[in-house]
Write a protein that binds this ligand. Structure first.
Ligand code: ZN
Ligand code: ZN
Length: 358
């Protein structure tokens, strides 16, 4: 990568960060006069110099060229799951395909090469999506965590079109309608709002849950739309998708208290250095493990690493730090794994007895 390329990438990434200061205040509510806020976040230090220093002069950054080709990649297996098993495939970054009981759900679909409003400027993929858009099975539901470019992509949404039903945080529906998606295909939801989706007699319950992040796609729309995590619950399998989030000791415990047992947590582990800037909005792997524990999830999978380089840590550092944090927490690898891009795993659905237990 040329220095020019590095600088362009950096500037695009930092511009989004710098313009997105999320100041905590005394209000517990996430609704503010002019948009939304985080009830529990610390104020961020958005000193550009600290990012420049850690991005270009840290030991980890020197690892970039060596590691960019070392993200583990494998071929997905989208074939029908064994009976009563959910099939989960990491397509890459925050895009996960969950298939269960004939209902296919996609999280934050992002299949483009650059996460930026400008085609030649911004974070470029270092690993390709494991499944091409045209090879996806019919998608019945899409959940969107927030409007950042690495989570909400114009070309991808236009390609998915009006086939799925979209579940989006408050304020994001207008973007979909502007892209030509029918208004009746988009459910715009506040935290704890719940919707039901029926497909061929099988029902999905989708609930927007709190997360700690920020939003904005332009210089003038900072925090004008909401961000959210998503609970996606079949009758016998419950997955929780964290999207992009920082950590606080309240929101994920509340999620566990209010919702049924989480069978699979889908939790971000990347884009966390430098901590003084990224800490309030992106968990590090140790905090990701705290989310897993707060959720009381049966298992979790790691996302939001290995595709777009958005921050100062090394390409492989998130997976390495997750292994350290997992061991410190006494969890085995299968309980919270960093999968290969494209990896498919099966998860057993709960029996009626365990479903009724919570
Ligand atoms: Zn984001
Ligand atoms: Zn992100």
């Amino acid at each position: 990568m040329s220095i020019r390329r590095l600088n362009l990438t950096l500037l695009a990434g930092c511009l989004m960060c710098t313009l997105s200061v999320t100041a905590a205040d005394d209000l517990p509510a996430h609704h503010r006069d002019s948009g939304f806020g985080n009830p529990y976040a610390e104020k961020r230090n958005t000193n550009l110099f600290s990012v420049l220093r850690s991005r270009f002069f840290s030991d980890e950054w020197q690892r970039y060229d060596k590691e960019r080709d070392q993200v583990p990649v494998t071929s997905p297996d989208l074939a029908a799951a064994p009976t009563d098993n959910a099939t989960v495939t990491w397509i890459g970054h925050a895009t996960v395909l969950v298939q269960h009981r004939g209902i296919n759900v996609l999280t934050d679909p992002m299949f483009s090469n650059i996460a930026s409003p400008i085609s030649f400027l911004g974070p470029k993929r270092i690993t390709q999506p494991a499944v091409a858009l045209e090879d996806l099975p019919e998608i019945h539901a899409v959940v969107i965590s927030h409007d950042h470019y690495d989570h909400l992509d114009t070309a991808t949404i236009k390609a998915l079109g009006n086939t799925p039903r979209y579940f989006v945080p408050l304020g994001v529906k207008r973007w979909f309608v502007n892209k030509g998606i029918a208004a009746e295909r988009v459910d715009e939801m506040d935290w704890w709002d719940e919707r039901r989706l029926e497909v061929d007699g099988e029902e999905l319950v989708i609930t927007a849950t709190p997360s700690q992040h920020f939003s904005g796609r332009t210089l003038t729309d900072r925090n004008k739309t909401l961000w959210a995590a998503w609970s996606v619950a079949w009758t016998d399998f419950h997955t929780w998708f964290g999207g992009d989030t920082g950590y606080n000791p309240h929101q994920f415990k509340e999620t566990a208290e209010r919702l049924q047992q989480v069978d699979l947590g889908v939790i971000p582990i990347g884009a966390y250095k430098p901590r003084q800037m990224m800490g309030p909005i992106h968990v590090n792997p140790a905090e990701a493990v705290e989310i897993h524990k707060d959720l009381q999830a049966r298992a979790s999978m790691a996302i939001h690493w290995g595709a777009f380089i958005l921050s100062a840590e090394g390409v492989l550092t998130p997976a390495e730090d997750l292994a350290i944090a997992r061991e410190a927490a006494g969890l085995d690898e299968d309980t919270f794994a960093a999968w290969s891009v494209g990896e498919t795993r099966h998860f057993p659905a709960r029996t009626p007895a365990t479903t009724a237990a919570r």
